[in-house]
Design a protein around this ligand. Structure first.
Ligand SMILES: [Zn+2]
Length: 466
């Protein structure tokens, strides 16, 4: 009850533009994955939207403001999902280029639904303790999403990339403001980056797709021009490159971020050294690799967190058996006819991707946690907890996973905000998760959330989605 009153007071104070009050979290175990330090029986003093100080032992009550007892609880920096797409809902109709279900739900209706449910999605991230997300690509209206998120109280902090620069086009996603733009020459790439720069993107994204018609080297000069022009505008470049040779080419050309794992073969020592030398950040997005195949073959493994905190309409749509047989696209028919083949493909991907992640982590490459939420079956918000399970399966320790989702993720977030999130330190934003049980004992406890604090505003977890 006390916390509810606090929410009201903070809102009132912020609305009046006066100095926000002081709040102190008393007696918690503070976990700071940035340096791996664990402070028992600590006090975190929050003043307005910032962490004022973290102290041990008994404190002078007069300097603590409103006190919230956190005895037996665990305080962490808010989680950061560094790979999501707000222009996709995660429902079955969100990627007609992958599974065309326009005859069931026209894509324009899907996009209208997405635009009208942004505040719902924002709140679901907060419910999951995710106080910042990185949108790595979408239509030009992504820039409006950034503005909306960053002016909405119950929303994560959001940097965005604009449309993806690619070797291929996706006509079915083009309603006049396409999320993916086919670029054919280096000059076109430079021109497009200059146009994007007017919107002040936080990142430029390249969709480096390789197949028999698009070999690695044919797109390489375009990747080079995109990266060079972006860096000229002081914008970092994130690249989708899931094959070893594509990823290597991207990093050699100066990519700052790889947005997925390498999934076609084991990475070699030269690749690991390249990422270390260039300080490239890699975001594994393990969960998305299972979700298309599992959804289409009717073997979806949504976690309890996803079922509880995902959007119910999105989740209900994912049952492909509800779609009339004659309206199913061939890809889904094939998956339903041979579910074992779908699982075999997923397992084969993980047999490569999980050891690759472990090798990069052991070598000290900066890994930032991310899910690719918004893709079919990858649920905005709680998908991050499935990602944690897969990172654990790869052999990462709970502290390593938490570091990937906080301090490392803040590096990928970037900019002035990125320099003030992801750690529990003086002067950092008061974006915190308070857990009932220790995530260091079991990373599954990362979702045992009692309270979320975003920008100094306290939200009892159970109140967020009601
Ligand atoms: Zn993505």
């Amino acid at each position: 009850m006390k916390a509810r009153i606090l929410v009201f007071c903070c809102a009132l104070l912020l609305a009046n533009g006066t100095d926000a009050e002081k709040i102190s979290l008393i007696g918690a175990t503070v976990i700071n994955p940035a340096d791996g330090k664990v402070l028992p029986n600590a006090t975190v003093v929050i003043s307005g939207d910032k962490i004022e100080r973290v102290a041990m032992g008994k404190q002078d009550a007069a300097a603590l403001g409103e006190q919230i007892s956190c005895a037996g609880k665990f305080v962490l920096p808010g989680y950061i999902d560094t790979h999501i797409h707000f222009f996709q809902s995660a429902d079955l109709f969100t990627r007609p280029d992958g599974a065309d279900l326009n005859s069931v739900r026209p894509y324009k209706d899907e996009v209208a639904w997405i635009k009208s449910h942004l505040e719902d999605v924002f709140a679901r991230y907060i419910r999951c303790g995710i106080t910042s997300v990185v949108d790595v690509g979408g239509p030009m209206w992504n820039f409006e999403v950034r503005k909306k998120a960053n002016t909405t109280e119950k929303a994560p902090r959001v940097p965005v990339a604009g449309p993806l620069i690619s070797s291929v086009s996706r006509e079915k996603l083009d309603l006049g403001d396409p999320p993916i733009v086919k670029i054919d020459t280096p000059d076109q790439a430079r021109e497009f980056v200059r146009k994007l720069a007017g919107q002040k993107p936080d990142l430029v994204k390249i969709w480096y797709i390789v197949d028999k018609d698009h070999p690695v080297d044919s797109f390489r000069p375009i990747a080079r021009a995109t990266i060079d022009e972006s860096h000229g505008h002081k914008i970092r470049v994130a690249v989708h490159a899931t094959e070893l040779e594509t990823a290597r080419a991207a990093v050699e050309e100066g990519a700052d971020i790889l947005v997925h794992s390498v999934i076609d073969k084991p990475i070699d020592d030269a690749f690991v050294k390249l990422l270390k030398d260039r300080h490239t950040i890699l975001c594994p997005t393990l969960v998305v690799f299972e979700r298309y195949g599992r959804t289409f073959s009717h073997q979806l493994n949504l976690t309890p967190e996803e079922k509880a905190w995902g959007n119910p309409e999105v989740i209900a749509s994912l049952d492909v058996t509800k779609i009339p047989q004659e309206k199913l696209p061939q890809r889904i028919k094939d998956a339903l006819a041979d579910p074992k083949a779908a699982m075999d493909r997923i397992n084969k991907t993980y047999e490569v991707a999980l050891p690759n992640l472990k090798k990069l982590e052991d070598a000290g490459v900066t890994i930032a946690a991310g899910t690719d939420a918004g893709n079919i079956g990858t649920i905005h918000g709680p998908a991050l907890f499935r990602e944690f399970q897969l990172m654990k399966q790869a052999g990462l320790t709970p502290m390593q996973i938490l570091q990937c989702a906080t301090a490392n993720a803040a590096k990928l977030f970037g900019g002035d905000t990125g320099a003030h999130i992801g750690k529990i330190e003086n002067g950092y934003f008061a974006d915190l998760v308070i857990l009932n049980s220790s995530p260091l004992d079991d990373i599954a406890h990362a979702s045992d959330i009692a309270t979320v604090i975003k920008n100094g505003v306290v939200y009892p977890a159970d109140s967020i989605l009601h």
